[in-house]
Write a protein that binds this ligand. Structure first.
Ligand code: PHE
Length: 358
């Protein structure tokens, strides 16, 4: 009997001392496994007389149950401890922001485009798009460039090889073909802007073969030059975030508008530094005019009933002016250091109430 008490004490002590589940399993095997010490004692029951066996059997069963229960309890403890350890190790602060700092930056072209869309969107303009690869009709003919007109040459067009029948596709030299596509596709009233890529065979400090423009087009029965001026003055003030930017309109020429004008905004170049706003100088920022009746006709719109204005401006140019970017070519260098410096946070979407650029 004393033996059993001793064994019980030893096994319970071993179980209590087992530091992990593996050690505890070894304790169990040594006591209750096939070759365990308690199992060995059970085997001796077979050689006993009936009275002796009943007594010893009852005692051994008590021992076995007590040991099994102690092992079970210790296992539960170790399981719990292992789980707690794991929870501690894999602890996550779920209150942290999902992306503490977005790695990518918004390119100044995209930023400027988003700002332009926000401003004209608030004035009720929809965004229209057209293909980069155009044909002669949409890029020139429908826009009142007669065949052989010198203005065609001024566009430094990239042409594709001639196709059968003599015509050839080209890379659009301006976003004005989207005017044509819009007028052919929808009935007035029309009020759209058309941002996108444009191409001219030209490359130096202030020209890249690919650049971006945004076109504007308003067609209805009553829109006149006063609306054109008001709309564009409102645009430059909101875009540059300067309430009193002076603006002036100079007569100009485009085949697709009559009259045509170029818009200048006030600036100062004192000390070699360009500042937008009141000053003694002027800076040209866009071309505009009243849509030429020939263009309306070419697009199936009755020029006796409908009229309106159009404008077009270079996106890189106004981005450079607003964000003080000195060299046009750097826009397309894909230099990450440049992008980190001039780029914008992906999470600050430009809106009029929220602010355009932060
Ligand atoms: N398409 C002209 C250009 O690229 C700009 C413009 C658009 C002028 C609309 C007047 C009206 O130079």
């Amino acid at each position: 009997m004393n033996d059993l008490e001793r064994i019980r004490g030893e096994v319970l002590a071993e179980a209590a001392a087992a530091a992990d589940l593996d050690a505890l399993e070894q304790v169990r095997v040594a006591a209750l496994g096939k070759k365990g010490r308690i199992t060995a004692l059970m085997k001796t029951l077979g050689g006993m007389g009936p009275d002796e066996r009943r007594e010893a059997g009852a005692a051994l069963n008590l021992l076995k149950d007590a040991v099994a229960a102690a092992l079970e309890a210790r296992k539960a403890d170790l399981d719990r401890a292992a789980l707690n350890q794991r929870l501690e190790r894999e602890r996550i602060d779920v209150t942290l922001p999902a992306r503490p700092e977005a790695e990518g930056r918004i390119h100044p072209i995209s930023q400027t485009l988003d700002e332009i869309v926000a401003i004209f969107g608030a004035m009720g303009f929809a965004v229209a798009e057209g293909p980069d690869i155009e044909d002669d009709f949409h890029n020139f003919t429908a826009l009142n460039f007669p065949p052989g007109h010198p203005a065609r040459l001024m566009h430094d067009t990239f042409f594709f090889p001639e196709r059968e029948g003599g015509d050839r596709y080209l890379l659009r030299t301006h976003t004005s073909p989207v005017q044509v596509r819009t007028m052919l596709g929808t009935k007035p009233p029309i009020r759209i802007i058309a941002p996108g890529r444009t191409y001219r065979c030209d490359s130096d400090m202030t020209h890249t073969p690919m650049f971006h423009q945004v076109e504007g087009l308003v067609i209805d029965e009553a829109t006149h030059m006063g609306h054109l001026k008001g709309c564009l003055v409102e645009f430059v003030r909101t875009y540059f975030e300067i309430d009193d930017v002076p603006a002036r309109f100079r007569p100009s020429f485009f085949p697709f508008t009559e009259p045509s004008a170029e818009m200048d905004i006030g600036c100062s170049r004192k000390g070699g530094e360009l500042r937008i706003g009141a000053g003694s100088d002027w800076l040209e920022i866009l071309g505009c005019g009243m849509v030429h009746p020939n263009v309306l006709k070419a697009c199936g719109i009755d020029p006796d009933k409908y009229q309106g204005f159009a404008f077009g401006m270079g996106i890189e140019r106004i981005a450079m002016l607003k964000y003080g970017i000195p060299d046009l070519r750097t826009f397309f260098d894909s230099d990450l250091r440049w992008l980190r410096h001039y780029g914008f946070s992906a999470l600050d979407v430009p809106t009029l109430p929220g602010g355009l650029a932060r």
